[in-house]
Design a protein around this ligand. Structure first.
Ligand code: ZN
Ligand code: ZN
Length: 267
């Protein structure tokens, strides 16, 4: 099986990942993945926003590290991306970041549903316990839909990240996902199958089968990402991810070069 591009991976610049880009690239070559892309957590408007994003003054260093991986592994195509936190009010900052380099793609992700609640942060479990799960999921989906509508993202990251710690609402959430997916389709923004969910409490890929099936039926574009935070996570569970995509009707995924999209058939 030819594996698809792995477009979601991190570097030590975000302070919670290990392995330099060339080490991740070496693992991709070993697996026979033809193309990867780095998507480090973006610099935020202020470096003291939190402790898990890269600092703005390290942007050049990030690009240099990716460039070294390209030089070391000419047989592998390596793309320049960022995983960008979508927070209302940060739009101008995101546009500024977009203008600083001819990026291949931006992954728009929602981690924060308020300035102090990043819902996937293990240190914030207490906030989950204090709130109604449906209220958190709706706030998350509202931002995710805004992110899809924003216009600067080629891909939306881990679309149902809100399931990470298994706080599942009793109410039906599919109408929330439908609105998000229709926006993604209309704005031609891809979603990703992100295999990191398998390594979290929820023990399944992002998104869940019902959401991916709806995405496929609506004609939403697709990419693949391991969300690697270490070299041995590159391409993790990719054969299963491809089978998952095919099982709900996907026949192709996307690759991006300087924000231009090409379709690649699934093998
Ligand atoms: Zn991370
Ligand atoms: Zn993320």
């Amino acid at each position: 099986m030819a594996l698809p591009c792995d477009y979601h991976m991190h570097t030590p610049l975000c302070h919670h990942a290990e392995g330099e880009p060339w080490e991740l690239a070496a693992h991709a070559v070993e697996l026979g993945i033809p193309e990867i892309g780095f998507s480090e957590h973006n610099p935020m408007m202020r470096n003291d926003w939190d402790d898990w994003h890269m600092e703005i003054e390290n942007l050049e260093l990030y690009l240099d590290k990716v460039r070294k991986a390209q030089t070391d592994f000419p047989q592998l195509t390596i793309k320049y991306g960022l995983e960008v936190d979508f927070i209302p009010g940060h739009e101008e900052w995101i546009k500024d970041l977009a203008s600083r380099y001819p990026w291949d793609y931006f992954i728009g992700s929602v981690h924060y549903i308020s300035d102090s609640f990043d819902i996937d942060n293990p240190d914030k479990i207490d906030q989950w316990k204090e709130r109604d799960a449906y209220e958190v999921w709706s706030a998350y989906l509202e931002r995710l839909t805004q992110a899809a509508d924003f216009g600067l993202f080629q891909i939306i990251g881990h679309a149902d990240l809100c399931k990470k710690f298994c706080f599942y609402p009793e109410r039906d959430v599919m109408p929330l996902f439908q609105k998000f997916l229709e926006t993604a389709r209309d704005r031609e923004v891809a979603i990703e199958i992100n295999t990191a969910g398998l390594r979290k409490d929820c023990k399944e890929m992002y998104p869940s089968p019902a959401i991916l099936k709806m995405a496929s039926e609506l004609g939403v574009l697709l990419t693949f990402g391991s969300d690697a935070h270490a070299p041995n996570e590159v391409g993790a569970d990719f054969p299963a991810a491809v089978e998952f995509a095919k099982s709900v009707g996907y026949k192709s995924s996307c690759r991006f070069t300087k924000r231009n999209r090409e379709m690649v058939p699934l093998d």
